[in-house]
Design a protein around this ligand. Structure first.
Ligand code: ATP
Length: 244
């Protein structure tokens, strides 16, 4: 996992931006979703994307992941670093008959290329990612046989195996019980302490309150941004859910 640990004493908003979003507009063929979003994602910190259903959280993650192109505006990121992305819905590859270990190993493709022989470093990254998600004992099971929560953890392990310095997750707690959710939350914070920039879309307000930085979306616009104590006030939350 990459590696420029931000000082634990530096407030997230004061840290250099890992991603700078300026005047961003984005959407789909017949639907424009994000409107004039300007925001930063601080390096080596956890950022929570919060907002009602349909407010544009997944769309923003897709833009950050590079799978959806902006229709206007810019998203500035360092060149040559590919984000690791855990989407909310499965990808086509998940329909293949794959073991958990092979699924996690696909995280190495970003660097190695698909179906290439893995190096010792790749294998080590795969085993470490499975250990971190506590799925080592599931390594030889078929992905299709897993419970929802085990499946979710396998996909997060796949993203970790990529060893990107930017980890994007769309509702990582979905399908997990309270203990497992807390475990993922701890893991994301540990990764940030190691220098990884973590961005998660979440409906879990408790998780959002533990993030370093929050971007609050409403109707595809940025409604509030900052540390949870200023971005997640009773006023901003009421405005978001009662008047959207
Ligand atoms: N592939 C797509 N094609 C067309 N419209 C889409 C597509 N994906 C999402 N949308 C629309 O874009 C808008 C924003 O959706 P998005 O998934 O970004 O919101 P969200 O905040 O992540 O919602 P949720 O909390 O329900 O996951 C919605 O109106 C949705 O219907």
């Amino acid at each position: 996992m990459a590696t420029t640990p931000a000082s634990a004493t530096t407030a997230p908003a004061a840290r250099p931006a890992r991603v700078e979003i300026t005047g961003l507009h984005a959407g789909y063929a017949r639907r424009s979703v994000l409107h004039d979003v300007t925001a930063t994602v601080p390096t080596g910190a956890t950022t929570a994307l919060v907002g009602p259903n349909g407010s544009g959280k997944s769309t923003l993650l897709s833009v950050l992941a590079g799978v959806l192109r902006p229709t206007a505006g810019t998203v500035r990121q360092p060149e040559g670093t590919r984000p690791a992305f855990v989407p909310q819905r499965g990808t086509a590859a998940e329909a293949l008959p794959l073991t958990v270990r092979r699924t996690v190993a696909m995280g190495r493709w970003a660097e190695r290329g698909p179906w290439r022989r893995l190096t010792r470093t790749d294998h080590a990254a795969v085993e470490a990612a499975m250990d971190r998600l506590d799925i080592g004992d599931l390594a030889d099971r078929q992905l299709a046989e897993l419970s929802g929560g085990q499946h979710r953890r396998a996909l997060i392990a796949q993203a970790l195996a990529q060893r990107s310095d930017l980890l994007l997750l769309d509702e990582p707690g979905t399908g997990l019980d309270a203990d497992a959710r807390a475990g993922i939350d701890d893991l994301l914070r540990d990764l940030a302490a190691e220098g990884v920039t973590v961005v998660q879309a979440t409906h879990d307000l408790a998780a959002a309150r533990r993030a370093d930085h929050v971007l609050l979306l409403r109707g595809g616009r940025l409604h509030a941004a900052g540390p949870p104590r200023t971005a997640l006030t009773a006023d901003t939350l009421t405005a978001l859910w009662l008047t959207d």
